[in-house]
Design a binder for this molecule. Structure first.
Ligand code: EPU
Length: 421
């Protein structure tokens, strides 16, 4: 197992290229299973979660080739329909195989994804959607077993306790492409990753409208064909580097980023005092004056993303004044608080609200990464802390940040990977 060591105190400056979005690439790779033809997916990030998805596709009997950031998938006449516990248990997002397998094979067995360190993550909306399309579902041996001889369009409302669901919307949309008749998804998620998936499905011959709104309509077709597609830039990776510019009082230009996908975040950071501008070479984030504390509430898109809550919290720990961070998507996604506390941060948790009192400085410490975004938050805190921070269990970070130490080093950070003793 590896750890990441960060020597704090360096100001980050220069250019960083943002990779393709993990959360777009995963369902799009799953969607290639809807056709027998070859699909070519470009701008794929080189991440552990993507390797897991490739393993799952190969296990299903599908040919997959990876050449740099291009992944070619040739499903052919694959016969299998099971995504096994061994692989699904390492990546919750594998649940997005349910829709394509059910639509193409009319049968699917996907290991029940189970618990998650960021709190309960139910899949009731996925199941509700599949049932609305006529699937028979049961849970046996830890697997969701779905059968649908006659998949047919239906109307489904996908609102959960905390709003819409990204992967449930994607799953139902994928299943509906090959169902007989029309499917209407109400309270659909409209995250950029859902739109990217819809665009790929349309290239495959699917008939979808209303993506980017909360009402998606899918007219089922008999067959889909292969397609070529380039994945959108990762808005969460981009947001993490913008926060890196803010926390180190730096000046970073982000290449290959879509500013429109991050408005809720850039708006807040500019309100705090960070300068963010579109230039000919990319998006420039520059520290120009002392930042002000801010309150944020995480919400479904276009609200402030939960996947940047932890990183934003790190910034607020060193921003003079009091800020309140309210988590509305995963009310238990706060494990990073105790680790930031080990670095001297002053954060009180009251229900879904974290009250952060900005300190003059943090002090480097050994800390434990608990999930992907919490890991990024600890690295950001390490960049500004006095002394050395050892972020243990860095495998979480490798699930979602391509070449993070190389990218940070190029920006001037002192950061390296070490084997755990
Ligand atoms: N929810 C339900 N029932 C369901 C599904 C979800 O109640 O059947 C609730 C969840 O409990 C949560 C909310 O809906 O409160 C949102 O969960 P969602 O289903 O949208 O999450 P997801 O689609 O499984 C994706 C991302 C997550 C990201 C969330 C929210 C992927 C692969 N994952 O998950 O990304 O946090 O949307 O934006 O797209 C990450 O990248 O670190 C990550 C966790």
């Amino acid at each position: 197992m590896d750890k990441l060591v960060v020597e704090g105190g360096k100001r980050l400056a220069g250019n960083v290229t943002i990779s393709g979005a993990k959360n777009s690439c995963l369902p799009i790779l799953a969607a290639t299973l809807l056709s027998e033809d070859r699909s070519v997916i470009r701008n794929c990030p080189d991440l552990r979660d993507i390797s897991t998805m490739i393993k799952i596709l190969k296990n299903l009997g599908v040919r997959v080739q990876q050449d740099g950031s291009t992944i070619t998938v040739e499903p052919g006449n694959y016969k299998k329909y099971t995504a096994s516990y061994e692989l699904v248990s390492t990546m919750r997002a594998s649940v997005c195989l349910l829709g394509p397998l059910l639509a193409k094979q009319r049968k699917a067995e996907v290991s029940f994804p189970g618990g998650c360190v960021i709190g309960p993550r139910p899949i009731d909306l996925h199941l509700k959607g599949m049932k609305a399309l006529g699937a028979d579902l049961k849970v046996e041996r830890g697997y969701i077993i779905a059968d649908a001889k006659n998949l047919k369009g239906g109307n489904v409302y996908l609102g959960g306790h905390f709003g819409s669901s990204v992967l449930a919307t994607g799953n139902v949309m994928m299943a509906a492409t090959l169902a007989k008749g029309t499917t209407v998804i109400e309270n659909a998620a409209c995250e950029p990753e859902v739109i990217d998936l819809a665009c790929f499905l349309i290239k495959m011959g699917a008939r979808i409208s209303g993506h980017a709104t909360h009402r998606i309509v899918v007219e089922g077709v008999k067959k889909l064909h292969g397609a070529e597609h380039s994945i959108i830039p990762d808005r969460i990776e981009a947001g993490t580097y913008i926060i890196a510019a803010a926390i180190t009082k730096g000046d970073i230009t982000l290449k290959n980023m879509e500013l429109d996908h991050l408005v809720a975040v850039t708006d807040k950071l500019m309100e705090s005092g960070l300068e963010i501008k579109k230039t000919i070479s990319g998006v420039r984030a520059r520290y120009v004056k002392k930042l002000k504390p801010l309150d944020i509430i995480t919400l479904p898109y276009p609200g402030f993303p939960t996947d940047l809550q932890a990183q934003f919290m790190s910034l607020m720990t060193v921003t003079d004044g009091i800020s309140v961070i309210t988590e509305k998507i995963y009310p238990e996604r706060f494990i990073h608080i105790s680790e930031l506390g080990r670095m001297g941060a002053d954060i009180q948790l009251e229900g879904p609200n974290a009250i952060v009192k900005g300190m003059k400085s943090l002090s480097g410490a050994p800390v434990m990464a608990s999930d992907l975004r919490a890991s990024a938050a600890l690295v950001l805190a390490g960049l500004v802390a006095k002394g050395r921070t050892d972020v243990h269990r860095i495998y979480h970070l490798d699930r979602g940040y391509e070449n993070i130490e190389a990218k940070l080093t190029k920006l001037g950070a002192k950061v390296w990977r070490e084997k755990e003793k």
